[in-house]
Write a protein that binds this ligand. Structure first.
Ligand code: SD4
Length: 316
């Protein structure tokens, strides 16, 4: 039976991702191709937090995490990948060409090079270089637990529903996650990120981990996460969202229940970090929910184009 295609992405920057996905979906294309295109589009111009223009780790290197999953539970993932422009596409190749799900670091890079991806220069974008220079001035060069949250996050002008920013204006997070259903009722999703800015070298977040940053089950639904990855991993966040949808909850309710689980794990700390989920079910209903206000998501259902929706949140 024909389904109406729908695509939902994290944040207001999801407009870029959705527009690329919609080009595929509107022609009756596959959800898997649509979400990959969404990832590619944002990796081309992901600003602070996705792709090679993004903020670096503490050592000044951009390290990228991405994964992709289709309606048959095929999945692929790369993490701690350096100097490759399109981690989402490398993740898809891992899924299609190897017997494995995850490749990391130099092995992931080697695999990418063997499969026709180009080694990009090891340089920061001008914005990232400037942000890093400022960060270095104030910051001792040693690992600090949760430095991302060591100052109260503030909202500063960045689109209608700004994500969290540090006091000095450094963006905290803006991972791109996209889930979609196509006209054949196939669900797929992807997640791509540079992770938390100024993370310890070698740190992986939730984003490349199937069941944490992204999960797809064609019987129940698909979900993707953004925010403080460590807290998402602790509850296997997106797997949890999908299981709640399997029990019959709407996507928004499922996201809300998963957010509540994250908060319950650490009620004190939860006041200071952000975690958000977006989800889609088999009927093409979509929803999202966050711990903190300021999270938005983008939905495209038809030719009227992407709509940015302000998510409800645990803390008002
Ligand atoms: C991470 N979840 O690496 C990612 C960061 C993020 O928006 O979502 N940024 O923990």
């Amino acid at each position: 039976a024909a389904t109406k295609p729908v695509v939902i992405s994290t944040w207001d920057s999801g407009v870029t991702a959705n527009n690329a996905a919609w080009e595929v979906l509107k022609k009756g294309g596959k959800a898997l191709d649509a979400v990959e295109q969404a990832g590619i589009a944002i990796e081309n111009d992901g600003g602070c937090c996705v792709g090679l223009m993004a903020n670096p780790d503490r050592d000044g290197h951009v390290t990228l995490d991405a994964c992709i999953m289709d309606e048959q539970a095929n999945c692929g993932s790369v993490a701690f990948l350096e100097r490759i422009k399109h981690p989402v596409s490398v993740a898809r190749k891992v899924m299609e060409l190897t017997p494995h799900v995850m490749l990391v670091g130099s092995g992931a890079q080697q695999f990418a090079l063997e499969n026709g991806f180009k080694l990009e220069p090891d340089v920061l974008s001008p914005d990232a270089a400037e942000t890093y220079r400022k960060w270095l001035k104030k910051s001792e060069y040693k690992p600090v637990i949760n430095i991302e949250n060591s100052k109260p996050a503030q909202k500063k002008g960045h689109g209608p529903f700004a994500p969290s920013y540090f006091d000095d204006g450094t963006p905290n997070h803006d991972t791109m996650g996209t889930v979609a259903i196509d006209s054949n009722g196939r669900l797929s999703g992807m997640c791509t990120t540079s992770g938390m800015a100024f993370k310890m070298r070698g740190r992986l977040g939730d984003s490349p981990i199937i069941g944490s940053g992204l999960f797809v089950d064609n019987e129940a639904g698909a979900a993707v996460a953004t925010g403080q990855g460590e807290e998402v991993i602790r509850v296997a966040g997106t797997h949890l969202v999908v299981e709640f949808m399997r029990q019959g909850l709407s996507p928004e309710e499922a996201c809300r229940k998963a957010v509540e689980r994250v908060v319950k794990r650490n009620p004190e700390k939860a006041k200071d970090f952000q975690v958000a989920f977006v989800a889609i079910n088999k009927a093409g209903d979509v929803g999202g929910y966050a711990i903190q206000k300021g999270f938005s998501y983008t939905v495209t259902k038809d030719e009227t184009g992407p709509k940015v929706i302000k998510a409800k949140s645990y803390f008002a």
